[in-house]
Design a protein around this ligand. Structure first.
Ligand code: T46
Length: 137
């Protein structure tokens, strides 16, 4: 099966006197959600991430503010500007990712398919490239 670097995820929004947006596991994201975390009160212009996950599949949203998501699957590199609460991006396993140029007011929400495990992270880019060569040939 062809691997996908990322796809954008549009979640439904309902408006009456406020917007209400919702995200359902195994529907709007292609996995069962085991963990949700948020990143906020960022130093303006901050870059974070710089890793890939071996198994964890994620989707990232920016509930407020903006940032640039850099993705690299070892073959293709992609940059996505994320600045709307209802349009996020998928981060599949084995995709190197960096959140760049976070605005000071950015509030990121990430939904993940796995519980936190330090050993799921590949934080060295050369090791990431070796790992994907071993996994995908
Ligand atoms: C990711 C990007 C998008 C935990 O103890 N539990 C958790 O669930 C998470 C996510 C992190 N941590 C600890 C691990 C570190 O001691 O929180 C600390 C900061 O994590 P990290 O430096 O990995 O943060 P980011 O912003 O670089 O990356 C985070 C996620 O860790 C990562 O999985 O894909 O956001």
């Amino acid at each position: 099966m062809k691997r996908r670097i990322s796809r954008s995820i549009h979640i439904p929004s309902i408006y009456d006197d406020a917007y209400l947006s919702f995200l359902e596991g195994e529907r709007h994201v292609p996995f069962r959600i085991k963990r949700i975390y948020v990143i906020y009160k960022c130093v303006p212009g901050l870059n974070r991430g710089h890793h890939a996950h071996k198994k964890t599949h994620q989707a990232i949203f920016c509930l407020q503010g903006s940032f640039d998501l850099f993705l690299d699957d070892g073959r293709t590199k992609k940059m996505i500007h994320i600045n709307k609460p209802d349009i996020g991006a998928e981060i599949p396993p084995l995709v190197w990712h960096e959140m760049r140029n976070l605005s000071g007011d950015a509030i990121l929400m990430v939904v993940a398919s796995e519980y936190y495990r330090k050993s799921d992270y590949i934080r060295d880019y050369d090791k990431f490239i070796s790992f994907i060569k071993k996994s995908h040939g």
